[in-house]
Design a protein around this ligand. Structure first.
Ligand code: AP5
Length: 215
């Protein structure tokens, strides 16, 4: 099963994708995590995308599509995948459909996690992620057991540079003026399920699982 999570920055895509991936035994493929990993490893891709990421701008489609399609070609994605943060543009959406079609696959289900903008800003200002594996915490709603340290791998937590200052507003503006229109495409195909993301993490998770089971 190939599932996409669409939502504004801070809507809980990464949090829910991790939970779903664990429950369904599918890999969680996050374009943002892959870019951050490339930056941390200082690969050629990482050096190319850093300026866009720091400013909160979208990385160009050609780099993003190539990275995701090569990730989807890996053996662990054969049974399906939970996609988080991709696609975000019409060009990415079309490239994804074409890439899957070429190997006899398709997107099965698309979730939109709906959360009001004021709540998104609160969540992003409290988010910390771990250096080693990008596990996500929130000082207000999901604090680590030891402040500043990841419960899972013990690495230090840090605040993403694009979660502060102008970059946050820029990212939200891009979502609400561009990415949100991708929903029409999946709605027309009967694949879209809108989920109220403005509830506790466990309740959102339960709604996602219920929608998957009812398919
Ligand atoms: P990316 O890493 O994908 O960031 P994003 O889309 O900006 O999404 P976020 O990670 O901010 O939010 P999320 O929805 O995953 O929320 P989370 O679960 O962490 O992208 C970063 C950058 O990479 C982009 O700006 C761009 O430069 C580039 N990029 C990535 N994909 C691209 C693409 N396809 N094309 C071009 N460029 C691309 O939750 C947020 C916080 O809220 C956490 O602290 C969490 O604990 C908390 N929380 C979660 N759920 C709840 C809840 N229900 N109640 C209370 N708190 C909650």
């Amino acid at each position: 099963m190939n599932v996409i999570l669409i939502g504004a920055q801070g809507s809980g895509k990464g949090t829910q994708a991790d939970l779903l991936a664990g429950e369904l035994g599918l890999p969680h493929v996050s374009s943002g995590d892959l870019f951050r990993q490339a930056m941390a490893e200082k690969t050629e891709l990482g050096l190319k995308v850093k300026t866009y990421m720091d400013r909160g701008e979208l990385v160009p489609d050609d780099l993003t599509v190539a990275m995701i399609l090569s990730r989807l070609a890996m053996p662990d994605c054969a049974r399906g995948v939970i996609l988080d943060g991709f696609p975000r543009t019409v060009a990415q959406e079309q490239a994804l459909d074409e890439g899957l079609h070429n190997v006899g696959k398709q997107i099965d289900l698309v979730f939109y996690l709906e959360v009001p903008r004021e709540e998104l800003l609160v969540r992003l200002s409290g988010r910390y992620i771990c250096r080693a594996n990008q596990h996500v915490y929130n000082v207000n709603t999901r604090p680590p057991k030891t402040p500043g340290v990841c419960d899972i791998d013990g690495s230090l937590l840090y605040q993403r540079p694009d979660d502060t200052g102008e970059a946050v507003q820029r990212r939200l503006n891009i979502f609400f003026s561009e990415t949100i229109y991708l929903l029409d495409y999946y709605r027309d195909q009967g694949k879209l399920v809108v989920i109220d993301g403005n509830r506790p993490i466990e309740q959102v998770r339960a709604s996602l699982i219920e929608a998957i089971q009812s398919r």
